[in-house]
Write a protein that binds this ligand. Structure first.
Ligand code: MN
Length: 233
């Protein structure tokens, strides 16, 4: 038996609807610019680009219902509601026609983003990690197994802040649907059970401040809710 120099931390995991069991996490992949209107609001031309990916550490995950502390280094924290895909079957070079067979289930999640750091990273041609991969930056609602949700390819995806609508779109607007995302990623890395995909956000991203209450919902998938608490002093 391996002897570690300190007790290993608990495995990051995601809640599953209707059970106390949890989905153990391995990696979090995120897709950029996967809704045309959001690509445009960020100043990009969405036409013809293959999907691209960035990552968050698995332990950035945070359950729905949490109070998320306003993160350090930013004064422009943004919400991004996204369909989350949970992988439970390994594979590489997966055919898009087979890709949905690797999916365990779906959730509503929020990719929290330090937009000011991301803007600086883009301007200086630096990596996005510091703007995307901070503590509590991957808020994830309860996973629903495919047996219950099916494979959602249409239906509303919405987010409100303090009861005011901010994002309101349809999953049918995804530029790269779930099967293509899984297939593309599997050409770069071998996907493994426990991998999550945040599939990109629709238009309407905007700032959050301490005290805000955020509610997201994806039709036939589920909800995600959290509040922003003051930055710890
Ligand atoms: Mn995002």
């Amino acid at each position: 038996m391996t002897e570690y120099v300190f007790t290993p931390p608990p495995l990051p995991s995601v809640a599953i609807a209707g059970t106390d069991h949890r989905f153990p996490l391995r990696r979090i992949f995120c897709v950029g610019r996967n809704y045309a209107a959001h690509a445009r609001e960020m100043g990009n031309d969405p036409d013809g680009e293959p999907p691209f990916f960035f990552m968050k550490p698995a332990d950035a995950v945070c359950d729905s219902g949490s109070a998320v502390p306003y993160p350090p280094l930013t004064s422009n924290l943004h919400h991004e509601i996204e369909l989350v895909v949970a992988i439970a079957k390994a594979g590489h070079d997966i055919d898009p026609a087979d890709a949905l067979g690797h999916v365990w289930g779906y959730a509503a999640g929020v990719d929290l983003t330090r937009r000011d750091l991301q803007d600086q990273a883009k301007a200086n041609r630096r990596p996005w990690d510091w703007s995307k991969g901070f503590d509590h930056s991957a808020v994830c609602g309860e996973l629903v197994p495919v047996a219950e949700s099916g494979h959602p390819d249409k239906g509303f995806i919405r987010l409100s802040v303090n009861g005011s609508a901010r994002q309101d779109a349809d999953l049918g607007e995804l530029i790269w649907p779930v099967n293509d995302i899984v297939a593309f990623a599997s050409r770069s890395v071998e996907l493994r059970p426990g991998d999550l995909f945040f599939t990109g956000t629709p238009a309407g991203v905007g700032p959050l401040v301490a005290g805000d209450k955020v509610n997201g919902e994806i039709e036939n998938v589920g909800t995600v809710a959290f509040s922003i608490s003051p930055r710890p002093s």
